[in-house]
Design a protein around this ligand. Sequence first.
Ligand code: NI
Ligand code: MN
Length: 228
Amino acid sequence: MSVTLTFHGHSALSLNVDGVKLVVDPFFSGNPLAKTKAAAVNPDYILLTHGHGDHVGDAIAIARRTGATVIANFEIASWVENQGHHKVHGQHIGGGYNHPFGHVKFTPALHGSMLPDGSNGGMPGGLLLTVGGKRIYISGDTALFSDMALIGRGGLDLAVLCIGDNYTMGPDDSILALDYLKPKRVVPCHYNTWPVIEVDVHAWAARVAAETASQPLVMGVDESHTLS
Ligand code: NI
Ligand code: MN
């Protein structure tokens, strides 16, 4: 069993779980950090944390072209169906499901979720994945909340946390989040995409190393890391 994570810039990432390809929050077109073109992404599953344009991104185009199944909250899954793509799996906050590649549970997030056309995107979420023998938490866009301690129960091999501030947790709150989550490794996301979320990521990583028990893993765009 193996899980390889590839970071595409902002909050877009891919996971390869024993050959099954997942893409999370596929924001490629218009993503100032992205090097990969949406047309080159060929997932089996598309996972969406919430309805904002910098997360839904190219989901519809990729889904239509590849026939990928879209996993999202009920409202976003319904919106995807209304775009004419019917391979969807709706879940909701607190709910888990055993997909062919592993278990996906939607976790709470303190944020918004309006879809790009103004449709109701339901509640924003995060993702707790149990895939390839690893437990991975992807925070989505969120403020810090102390129930992250519940997500951390059972152990986390990896957490992908927003650190950019302004719209989400900033560096200080993401370090407090690590106190609740206690992941072995942490990958930062949702920073340096635009000036308003600029962060000195190396200073952040130094703080993580000094102040928490987690190992920081700052990933370059399109860099991959295999969890072992
Ligand atoms: Ni957002
Ligand atoms: Mn966002």
